[in-house]
Design a protein around this ligand. Structure first.
Ligand SMILES: [Zn+2]
Length: 605
């Protein structure tokens, strides 16, 4: 006779043993469920329920009784997102478990297999919470996870591309747009509701877009690459920009779809589909997961065919709150001080954001607008394009490149001129890129308006120099400018995997050269890489700010000599941190790395 194992180590029967040997279902039924589970990639428990071989609640109860755990019926409870988020998405999906309640130091964890005490221990270690395992059916666990983190789009995208590749042999994809019937005006429907009967091209375009949304990409690049020597190597490459870095999609598009894809995108963006030699730009509005999302689309002819770049203008996903933009406390205070006493024409002048494209300067300006936005303040903006909607603000799209009949166009300058008649308190002009706009912006600032704008220079002192170079009198610039904020973005270290270490001699030299003191014994963090950050070591971005606030001494200097170098010296004397200095402070705070700061600060226009 076999000795029974000591209590606690007793082997618990697995699902097959419980269900088949317990005569609850037949061996055949179990095998069928196993097959469905393997084929459709869904959990076995779900397959059993879907095949209706055992009712959901009965399955839950039987397993709970057998394994000796309490069960939780997740279909009956509403779990708060902040509870679900106690566990990272990847971990929840991989281990099929989700927290459903929390009390003091205890986390109540719904698990598809609570017998696995290693997972319980692991989660307890990661979260520092006392994990109370409960049994739940795996598909309900996934439903709760999906509800908070969104559906797992990457799997969906892969499936879409695969289905197209399978049916490719039958598809008449000879590369000409005529072989696809693409309606010019299409009813907007939610692209995340995958329609298996949709034309292949539409499936592919939807897959490309869904792929971008699932990894929170800011841009999508769709580019044809032809290998003349080996046709098999020719492909349409899809790349996504995430946190400023381009990364290849997990799939490529079959080469013979290249023209059809370009045509489909052009139709969606209301562009001329027969024009393939000159660049075109337009917009696409789609609905994904019930949210409207807008893309700016640029089609560019290349030697291999048309390339397409889509920038996502996801209005819902942007939270433009100045308090969470990563300003150093003293910089934030100096900036917000500029907006004190606004209203009644008492606070006026020009505030400029500068930095290259993609430095986050417009987002910061939106945050400033949000900050000054109150019911009694009238705010008007002229933007190209309107990137985010802000409640209570009049936002006017301008397009300098579109002519409105004989010699007329609606550009920043003409928008500004018409704004002055509307008597606002605050005006934002998307960009000062010519002398005319610069003149009117300063005129508006002189006549009692608080004006925000951006200019394309690398640092704050250069913005002042640039304005004088645009033909504006020095005394106007000196008397009207309030502040210039230069900005860059550095990738933010993933807080789940960053590693602490001693500063290297090179790093110390960088600090020394920038005049940022490293406290004795200070540690720096470095990128490592984990599941959460997809192995990059970074997640999200952090701003580096250089705020120049004009004072009497700087104004005098501008009258004498508006060159950037002497102005910068004075500004630094009054406590201005350069972008590199601000970045290095953030390195000391463990937010980013020296390498990122140097890369971001050196970025050229
Ligand atoms: Zn990480």
């Amino acid at each position: 006779m076999v000795q029974p194992a000591p209590k606690g180590l007793q082997r618990k029967r697995n699902m097959r043993e419980i269900l088949v040997e317990g005569k609850l279902i037949s061996e055949e039924q179990y095998k069928a469920a196993e097959e469905v589970s393997k084929k459709d990639g869904k959990p076995l428990q779900q397959a059993l329920v879907d095949l209706k071989v055992i009712p959901e609640l009965k399955l839950l109860k039987v397993l709970a009784d057998e394994w000796g755990f309490k069960a939780v019926d997740l279909s009956k409870i509403q779990v708060a997102p902040e509870i679900v988020q106690l566990l990272p998405e990847q971990l929840a999906r991989k281990q099929l478990c989700v927290p459903f309640a929390r009390q003091d130091n205890a986390m109540f964890l719904a698990m598809s297999d609570p017998r696995d005490f290693l997972i319980v221990e692991d989660i307890s270690l990661r979260t520092g919470l006392d994990v109370k395992p409960y049994l739940a059916l795996s598909h309900w666990v996934l439903k709760v996870v999906d509800g908070v983190y969104g559906k797992q789009d990457s799997a969906q995208v892969a499936q879409l591309v695969e289905s197209v590749q399978q049916s490719q042999s039958q598809a008449k994809a000879d590369g000409s747009e005529e072989s696809f019937s693409l309606a010019a005006t299409e009813e907007k429907k939610d692209i995340s509701d995958v329609d298996a009967s949709a034309p292949e091209v539409e499936k592919l375009v939807n897959a490309i877009i869904l792929g971008a949304l699932s990894i929170k990409a800011s841009d999508i690049h769709v580019e044809p690459f032809e290998d003349a020597n080996n046709a098999k190597n020719s492909k349409v490459l899809v790349r996504y920009r995430v946190d400023g870095m381009l990364r290849a999609a997990s799939f490529t598009i079959p080469w013979n779809f290249r023209q059809a894809i370009a045509a489909k995108i052009k139709i969606m963006a209301s562009l001329n589909i027969t024009e393939r030699r000159i660049p075109q730009s337009g917009r696409i509005q789609i609905i994904a997961k019930g949210n409207p999302i807008e893309f700016r689309v640029e089609m560019v002819p290349t030697v291999y065919g048309e390339s397409c770049v889509m920038r996502i203008l996801d209005r819902a996903s942007v939270r433009v709150d100045i308090k969470i933009m990563g300003f150093m406390p003293d910089t934030e205070k100096k900036l917000l001080d500029q907006f004190a006493g606004i209203g009644g024409k008492k606070n006026f002048g020009l505030v400029i954001g500068c930095g290259p494209t993609g430095s986050g300067k417009s987002t910061t300006l939106y945050a400033c607008l949000n900050y000054v936005n109150r019911p009694d303040i009238k705010i008007i903006t002229a933007e190209n394009p309107v990137e985010y909607n802000i409640d209570g603000i009049i936002q006017v799209p301008v397009n300098p490149d579109v002519k409105l009949g004989e010699g007329k166009k609606f550009d920043f300058a003409s928008a500004l001129r018409s704004f002055m008649r509307l008597d606002p308190d605050v005006i934002m002009v998307g960009e000062i890129r010519d002398e005319e706009t610069a003149h009117i912006a300063l005129e508006a600032a002189m006549t009692g308006h608080l004006v925000f704008s951006t200019i394309h220079t690398n640092d704050a002192p250069s913005a002042l120099e640039r304005l004088t170079q645009m033909g504006l009198p020095r005394f106007v610039v000196a008397n009207t400018m309030k502040a210039v904020l230069a900005q860059r973005l550095a990738r933010r270290l993933c807080k789940d995997c960053k590693e602490e270490g001693d500063p290297t001699p090179e790093e110390l030299a960088t600090f020394e050269a920038s005049g940022v003191k490293v406290p004795a014994g200070a540690k720096l963090f470095r990128a490592k890489g984990c599941d959460v950050c997809k192995g990059t070591g970074y997640k999200g971005r952090v701003g580096m700010h250089e705020l120049l606030v004009l004072n009497d001494e700087i104004r005098l200097q501008l009258l004498k000599d508006p060159s950037a170098i002497p102005v910068k010296e004075i500004a630094m004397k009054y406590g201005m941190r350069t972008i590199a200095m601000d970045g290095l402070e953030k390195v000391l705070m463990g937010l980013t790395t020296v390498k990122e700061v140097l890369g971001g600060a050196a970025e050229k226009e």
